[in-house]
Design a protein around this ligand. Sequence first.
Ligand code: BGC
Length: 395
Amino acid sequence: MKAKKVVSLLMAGAMALSMAACGSTASNSGSSSSGSSSKSTSTSSSKSGGKTVGISMPTKSLERWNRDGSYLKKQFESKGYKVELTYSDNKSAQQNNDIEGLIADKVDVLVVAAIDGEALSQVLGEAKDANIPVISYDRLIMNTDSISYYVSFDNYKVGQLQGNYIKDQLKLDSAGSKKYTIEMTGGDPADNNAPFFFKGAMDVLQPYIDKGVLTVPSGQTKFNQCATDRWDTSTAMKRMQNILGSYYSGGKQLDAALCSNDSTALGVTKAIESDYAGKNKVLITGQDGDEPNLKNIVDGKQSMTVYKAVANEAVVTLDLAIQIMDGKKPDASLIKSSGWKFDCAYDTKSYDNGKGIVPSYLLTPEVVTKDNMDKLLVDTGYYKKGSDGYLKAVG
Ligand code: BGC
């Protein structure tokens, strides 16, 4: 496990967002795939003045980034921009090289979802020297003054939704003398989002742990004890198998498994299938709406996921990037002028990357369960339901 990164979290600020309801069309149609190579390039019409957008995504091995890359590419191309899209196989050194390549290609703006939020200061300094503005996409890039804006979801709220789901399902407020058990699985310590998710959930759950209503047999309640390098499914699975072997082998019941996202939930679900002797249904949380997890929700193996409409994240990124490329200085007014039809807040308090506050556009996450899945994911056009009853992302 990596040493804990120093993150400047202004959680109080995260709670004090000035939410603005906005209206425009949420595009949810993306091109189908960015192909198997790590870089793809497109051509465009002249509307954009021949400008090129460089997009650096972390990896294809975590499902959502395939959707992000595809939606972003489609959005920018629809306005006539050229797109260079790279995937860096979850390797930080490779992401540095890929971004250097985009700078050498003289892209007009960079959109970067960092693998390691602390490892890009130097290469983004080169982008700044070359006058290329950078949008930190979904994950905040730390310790650099080279990024102009941050586009993401309300990451603290993602965790709150997970924590509240567990609280409500276990009816912790009316538990009386009943006690429930829980184990936690967090995300990648190199990802600045991961502690936000964890803290959002723990701020809900910790009071019940303190009261003794919730117990954690492994004793692992700190982010660094629960973190999962690179959000890796098998890493999460092995850790949970160890916990089950060490603390639940004598027939102890596990009631809930807080998992910060779907790739870790997948590992935890596998561990429970293979190594848990209890017969109860363990509550398992997630985030993203990855296809295997939505299948598990339909099959009753995972309880919920926090869905983030990354199609809308791409729309915000497009409108923001256009203003930046046009030499404007976007602020809260972008929300109104763009006319988005989804909630988005402009936040100038919550995200400090160690060099100062980064102005942020934050979208709103939603809880998806078996009961509202069709309404929130299929009726909105983000997914299609197959004849087998399972959902497939449209993207
Ligand atoms: C994203 C999550 C995702 C995780 C792993 C985070 O930065 O916000 O949506 O589950 O990375 O890909």
